[in-house]
Design a protein around this ligand. Sequence first.
Ligand code: NI
Length: 193
Amino acid sequence: MRTNSFTQPESEDHGRLNTCPSAMSQVPKWFERKFDLSFPVELYPNLCIRLRGTPARLEELVGDRSREVLVQKPEGKWSAQEHAGHLFDLEPLWMARVEDFVLGHSELTVADLSNRKTHEANHNARPMGEILAGFRNARLRLVDYLHKQDPTSFEQSLLHPRLKQPMRLVDHVYFVAEHDDHHLAWIWELTSG
Ligand code: NI
């Protein structure tokens, strides 16, 4: 039997500012989020278009910001550019998990809970345009692949490896959309000074 909520699986801190009260972020901690997965599978087109819109929203948020603003790391936490790079870094995982459903794997691909990829990527040293273009390209591939799937495939469930709970493909799409929003909220906060 599937339950209708679960605590998000990644334990990442996502750069929350929690040492200086004056710099305290209003963005909720990702690892404390709970997700209500009781919504009907028929919502999948609405969730897919949320994923489709993320590159445009990201580009709009950072487009006219100076490099100085984009790479600043308050309290040593992730910069806006590093949050953007992190979205790009996770695209292969999101695609792998969609493929897990499509190819009938026994459970979902395991995430790197430490975010090593983002910590080692040195995103601040890259041109922001390169990150935006890479993310847009990867995200369009993801949504094109989702778009090709039969509507019934969004109902399929797979076991989440750490939570040992079933997750539908439509739940995975929702989860990615919420993760996008989490980091966009951070970027908005970091760039709106
Ligand atoms: Ni994240």
